[in-house]
Design a protein around this ligand. Structure first.
Ligand SMILES: [Ca+2]
Length: 309
């Protein structure tokens, strides 16, 4: 597992005096909708926006066949059912090559920093003293890529490609040029769980949540999908390292002998703020170590739909 470090923070956001909200909501979707899926019709996807990051377009766009996709991020309750049925042991719970428990990466809001916590796993997302009790409807986190893929296989499904994910987010519409358009209404009211304030110092929780939110607390998109922006980043099956973007830093990464092949994650998370990350856009992407669970990465699954004859 790689050491985690937050690079220099651009502490540029202006703070206001809005009171901080506390998340007391434990459920937003009715439990009867936990297995809901939406059918995304075949068609074109117009991925990313070069105006933000040149590499957003790499390897993408074109036609996508019809598929189904979970309407929300996989929840703790759903993942618990998978573990109960299969006795699956996640990567975080296994023994690492150094003989210690693998653990996972935890963002500690009190320390304002990431740490690798050997006791963290999906049942203890912030370490030994944390729990998911009462959080059945929160997205499962501390899930490495192979854990997510195993869950998807158990359901007869798989993880989305990056093109599928973006088509589900916007059909054939291009990514908005306004960086805030998908996370905030035109009047500035949040419509996704992101971070309001100066990251990582203060999250004012104007959107109603400091930290994770239960799935489905914000209005769905036109495809009836919840939380495609914010809350947790979502695994896709695309390799990030396979890309050959012209950006010099990516060239350097691909030629670093210590570089770990990474998967693309999409959608941004509750840690994305104006001052750090700011990838609360469906066109954005980020690399993630597939062997590492993180407290801001979850997933949803996709599957085939019957072809019309
Ligand atoms: Ca928030």
């Amino acid at each position: 597992m790689r050491a985690l470090a937050l690079s220099a923070f651009a502490l540029l956001a202006a703070c206001t005096q809005a009171p901080a909200a506390r998340h007391v909501t434990l459920q937003c979707l009715d439990a009867g909708h936990l297995e809901d899926q939406a059918v995304i019709p075949a068609g074109r996807v117009d991925r990313g926006d070069v105006a933000f990051n040149r590499e957003e377009l790499v390897g993408g766009s074109g036609q996508v066949a019809a598929f189904s996709i979970d309407t929300h991020e996989v929840t703790n309750r759903q993942f618990a059912a998978f573990v109960a049925a299969t006795h699956y042991v996640t990567v975080a719970e296994r023994t690492a090559p150094d003989g210690q428990r693998t653990g996972a990466a935890v963002f500690d809001p009190n320390q304002h920093a990431w740490r690798v916590d050997r006791e963290a796993d999906w049942r203890h997302p912030a370490g030994a003293n944390s729990t998911i009790a009462g959080r059945d409807f929160f997205p499962v986190v501390q899930i490495a890529y192979e854990d997510a893929a195993a869950y998807a296989r158990w359901r007869g499904r798989r993880l989305p490609t990056e093109n599928q994910w973006e088509r589900a987010a916007r059909l054939d519409a291009p990514a908005p040029h306004d960086i805030h358009a998908e996370a905030f209404a035109p009047n500035g009211v949040p419509r996704a769980n992101t971070w309001q304030g100066v990251f990582p110092v203060v999250d004012r929780g104007v959107d109603g949540f400091e930290g994770l939110a239960p799935v489905g607390c914000f209005a769905p998109n036109a495809q009836h999908l919840y939380d495609m922006v914010g809350n947790v980043w979502e695994w896709t099956s695309d390799w990030y390292a396979a890309d050959r973007a012209p950006a010099s830093e990516i060239y350097a990464r691909d030629h670093d002998p210590n570089h770990i092949a990474e998967r693309v994650i999409k959608g941004g998370s509750y840690l994305c703020s104006d001052t750090f990350c700011s990838r609360f856009r469906t066109g954005s992407r980020q690399p993630a170590d597939p062997g590492e669970g993180m407290s801001h990465v979850g997933f949803r699954t996709v599957g085939d739909v019957p072809r019309r004859t």
